[in-house]
Design a protein around this ligand. Sequence first.
Ligand code: ZN
Length: 441
Amino acid sequence: MQKDVHLVLSGRWLISMDDARQEQQTEEGVSIAIAGDTIAEIGHSLACKYPDAQHLHCPHGLIMPGLINTHTHAAMSCFRGLADDLQLMTWLTQHIFPREAQLTKEMVYHATLLSICEMIKSGTTSFNDMYLFEQEVAAAAATAKMRAWVGEGFFDFPSPNYGQLEKGVEYVEELFAKYAHHDLVTITVTPHAVYTCNPALLQRAHALADQQKSLYHIHLAETKEEVKTCRERYGCTPVQHLENLGLLHERVVAAHCVILEEEDRDLLAKRRVKITHCPESNMKLASGIAPVQQLLNQGITVGLGTDGSASNNDVDMFGEMSTAAKLHKVRDLDPTAMSAATVLHAATLGGAKVLGRETQLGSLAVGKKADLIVLDMNQPHLTPLYNPVSHLVYAAKGSDVLHSVINGRLVMCNRQLTTLDETAVLAEMGKISKRVQQMAG
Ligand SMILES: [Zn+2]
């Protein structure tokens, strides 16, 4: 074991999110040793023990698990700030869908790289993506050495990528084959929503997910309008609609779940559906506030997501944590709702559970994958420091992240990305944005 350690990170605090460690979960003056893609040891003064390893010491560093963004559309960074302050359906049908119809795979590749730059620089080490041209998203993640769950969107209308559905199924089957044994990329099945996918399509997608034992990632009960449409078409809510079709189970990752009835919540709990909560997108599109504290009280697993940069308008999970913690307090007029510890759990181990990978990700423990970040806490807005968990949710920013490790690899060192040329990624987006401006909205 000793000779295999290639990287040792040390700092002043460690928040492991590991139930087995006594902290809540903080330790002062710690090191973490990484061998290959795995955490080999957590202890003190490990740099002396592994003199041949690269050693990064941050005297005021806080080491914690990398954040897990459980719902995003990374390539939508190319539409950031293009159309704001609109109703969801107006925004989608008049601004986003017409432009998405003109997307190219090159645009998706470069826009995904842009989001990956932003995600790594703000502490995210895993993201769960749903979009178009997902071969490009998978390729971008593999290039950047970023952990990603990747799903090609299915809907009733022809896709700008694959055209008709059958071609889409073939496209996704190819993705499954190509990434079957990849160490960073996992393929998912992603019907867009119940208002854009007819029952046969939802079931066809389910059969594929079942066959591949993959996640089934879908937007669900996002707006009142969606629930109203579903009632008109099928006489029930979107959650009940999926239940009636036999599509609710523990590998379903449901994004949003804002408009829920009591029966819906009971069904989500009973079927052990996983929820991804995207508060900033829900706020910006005025969709509402998901009843997250109630869902958690019912034992439902909830992770956090940013949604795409066109409806947020960033992919910074530190901002999302702060928003989540405050939004539910104001909703319930209860300052004890969604504590900092609860929110931090949702952004780390909760997110890993949403993606079905909690045995490998989401907390720092020997034998788990080395996906972790180090924050520099020696800054005005983080001083004094009485409670690190409080600071992470209420005061820290993505830009406080100093180092990032994904699957044992140092992907950011002293805020410099090591796997991507950030200057080139930004320059490429400059060109793409000119094309986006020329597209008819
Ligand atoms: Zn979304």
